[in-house]
Ligand binder design. Structure first.
Ligand code: ZN
Length: 394
């Protein structure tokens, strides 16, 4: 039986060269922007920051820059950015960069107009479970990687270091009102980061496809994203200079974001967040890749028809396989894709993860990101989650 809610309020301007429309669009939601970027310096080195400020000025908007965001952004920087937005009387917030910058922009936009600490509003773990009284300032997303899909969903993932919690949260006001997805901005992303972010997008689509929250539109977009990433990610990792191939990956990423809005991720994301809450050096995409084979080998038993579909959209001739092997064809194709994009060398032990950590990680995943377990198509208790972590350990 089909039943669902369809809500996807973001205006998305998509295509190579489309960043220029920032200078002319009538849909800019304010006159004074806080532009949130990472602390790494790449937005300045590549000239994207200056270009965005010039285009904003052309469109009659002033801008102030906040450049402290680290990978796995933390509460302290959200609060600092929110204070700056208030001091500078910014009336909208732009996230320019990868997922960390855009997620932070969303959290900053919320805290610029709500009292207390960001963590007061987290609905799980040590969060205060309050409901924000005010809508976030309007958010504009300009992604420079193809992976997170945050330009097309309300989710923001922020870490509280003291308690080792990394929690995804969002509400209707943290959807970007405008996202400009210009695949040209991804041409400068190095091969390994392209591989990791591309695999993140792949898992958004795959997880949305098996989630209990699946619906007809997310199904179609997930099928397309899985197929595009399988075809184009190995090519772009080998040679990142083709704008046509980069454009396919940017679209797959944005489509994956829409999937996260219309359907949802499942507990593989809870487990990856637990990993990087304890080991912040693990890039999000890498965490997912290291868990994925063990995770989907487990899940394949419970949603065999969906897994057969996914294998089919990865190009596997499923009908030629014995019936008992068909649900596991996806896992084989996934291992192949991980090899083709050069990530088969990723090992949890190389990031300092210890085998004895597994029960602790499982507990953290269930306590901080339990919501996604409810949307996972089979029930997973702490023992099962620990076993999956152990199976993924090398
Ligand atoms: Zn993700």
């Amino acid at each position: 039986m089909i039943n669902f809610q369809f809500h996807m309020p973001t205006r998305i301007i998509f295509g190579p060269g489309k960043l220029n429309e920032l200078g002319t669009t009538p849909f800019l939601p304010g006159r004074r922007a806080l532009v949130v970027i990472s602390s790494g310096g790449s937005m300045v080195t590549h000239g994207y920051m200056q270009l965005v400020q010039t285009l904003l000025a052309q469109n009659g908007a002033e801008s102030v820059v906040f450049d402290k965001i680290r990978p796995s952004p933390v509460v302290e920087h959200v609060m600092e950015g929110a204070a700056l937005a208030r001091e500078e009387h910014c009336d909208f917030v732009i996230g320019l960069g990868g997922g960390s910058a855009i997620d932070s922009a969303k959290a900053i936009a919320l805290m610029a107009v709500n009292p207390g600490s960001y963590w007061d509003y987290m609905p799980s773990g040590s969060g205060g479970r309050q409901v924000p009284s005010e809508r976030a300032l309007p958010i504009v997303a300009i992604p420079t990687t193809a992976g997170t899909g945050t330009e097309a969903d309300p989710w923001t993932v922020i870490t509280r270091e003291q308690t080792r919690e990394k929690i995804g949260w969002g509400n209707d006001s943290t959807y970007p009102v405008l996202s400009i997805v210009d695949p040209r901005l991804t041409l400068t992303v190095p091969a390994r980061m392209t591989a990791m972010t591309g695999m993140d997008a792949f898992f958004h689509a795959v997880e949305a496809y098996v989630s209990r929250a699946q619906q007809p539109t997310s199904d179609l977009l997930a099928q397309q994203a899985v197929s595009l990433i399988t075809s184009f990610l190995p090519q772009v990792v080998a040679d990142g200079s083709s704008i046509e191939a980069r454009t396919m990956l940017s679209w797959a990423s944005t489509a994956g974001g829409v999937c996260e809005s219309l359907s949802s991720c499942v507990s593989q994301h809870s487990m990856a967040h637990a990993l990087s809450a304890f080991y912040p050096d693990i890039p999000h995409g890498a965490g997912l890749v290291m868990l994925s084979v063990a995770y989907f080998r487990y899940l394949s038993r419970y949603v065999p028809a969906r897994m057969v579909d996914l294998a089919y959209f990865m190009g596997v001739d499923v009908d030629s396989l014995p019936e008992k092997d068909q649900p596991f064809a996806f896992v084989g194709a996934l291992e192949n894709l991980i090899r083709q994009v050069g990530l088969e060398d990723l090992k949890l032990s190389d990031f300092g993860v210890r085998r004895e950590d597994m029960p602790k990680l499982a507990k953290n995943a269930l306590e901080t990101m339990g919501g996604l377990f409810n949307l996972t198509p089979t029930q997973m208790n702490e023992r099962v989650v620990t076993e999956i972590f152990e199976a993924a350990y090398t």
